[in-house]
Design a protein around this ligand. Structure first.
Ligand SMILES: Nc1ncnc2c1ncn2[C@@H]1O[C@H](COP(=O)(O)OP(=O)(O)OP(=O)(O)O)[C@@H](O)[C@H]1O
Length: 250
């Protein structure tokens, strides 16, 4: 993927601190990161290294202590709540552990919700992509079910179809394969990779799993709130090696 265009997301010298001067935690300490169109980025690092904080800040779900986050050409650190909500709805898809499915809507309606909220009916190609997602994610028999009638893994797949369906520019995924069996997990990762390659969607995925990270174009390693390493696409074995080396240094 060539990086000649301006980034879809830019994190510039971001700090995020919690607590007061006597008891301060730097969850992020001077982090800068660019995400380009069609790029699939994995974020890895030990527990407490700042992965979730970074993803939440990039998605406008959390504020910075200092620094800048620019999505498309908008500095979101200066946006009000309403404008931020609007930007999130139009540009961002979320695949989070708390699936946030609407309990009163069936599977199809949940998947179509981004179109509904945006007030536009899907085009023919969008409908075809949604149909492909439903099929690939093994949800064809479930489209009329309510979320509580589904298993955890099935709910996660609905959340994935919803996040990818309207082809938002940016997708944030927090351990997207955490609840899935290994075959479905691999299919979901292949879908994410296809969304990046074929639809130019940019994906930022937090994971502890070297196999999941091996689907990404690059892997960013965090430790103690700082980016300590970055690698191009690597095999699961190589990624395990980088993680081990990081632990030895720590
Ligand atoms: N609301 C908060 N108040 C105080 N400290 C916080 C808060 N949220 C996060 N932290 C601290 O910031 C640091 C980074 O947390 P974060 O959740 O981003 O880590 P993580 O890498 O996602 O961890 P894990 O892999 O365990 O989910 C941790 O030391 C955590 O305790």
């Amino acid at each position: 993927m060539t990086n000649t265009t301006s980034p879809v997301a830019r994190v510039h010298r971001v700090r995020k601190s919690y607590g007061d001067t006597t008891n301060i935690v730097h969850a992020l300490d001077d982090v800068s990161l660019d995400v380009h169109r069609g790029q699939f980025t994995a974020i890895m690092g030990p527990s407490g290294s700042g992965k979730s904080t970074l993803m939440h800040i990039m998605a406008g779900l959390d504020s910075v202590t200092s620094g800048q986050v620019v999505l498309a050409d908008t500095d979101i650190t200066r946006l009000g709540d309403d404008a931020l909500t609007e930007l999130r709805r139009r540009q961002i898809g979320f695949i989070f552990q708390a699936f946030n499915l609407v309990p009163t809507l069936d599977v199809r309606a949940n998947i179509m919700l981004p179109f509904e909220l945006d007030g536009h009916a899907p085009t023919e190609s969008e409908s075809a992509w949604v149909a492909q997602l439903i099929q690939t994610l093994g949800l064809s028999e479930r489209t009329g079910h309510l979320p509580h009638q589904l298993s955890g893994g099935q709910q996660q797949r609905v959340a994935i179809a919803r996040a990818l369906g309207s082809t938002p520019h940016l997708i944030f995924a927090d351990e997207p394969t955490g609840n899935l069996d290994s075959r479905t997990g691999r299919e979901v990762l292949a879908l994410l990779a296809a969304a990046a390659e074929e639809y130019g969607q940019s994906i930022v995925m937090v994971t502890h799993d070297p196999i999941a990270a091996s689907y990404a174009d690059r892997i960013v390693f965090l430790a103690d709130g700082r980016i300590v390493d970055e690698r191009r696409r690597s095999t699961p074995e190589q990624i395990s090696g980088y993680m081990l080396a990081m632990e030895k240094v720590a």
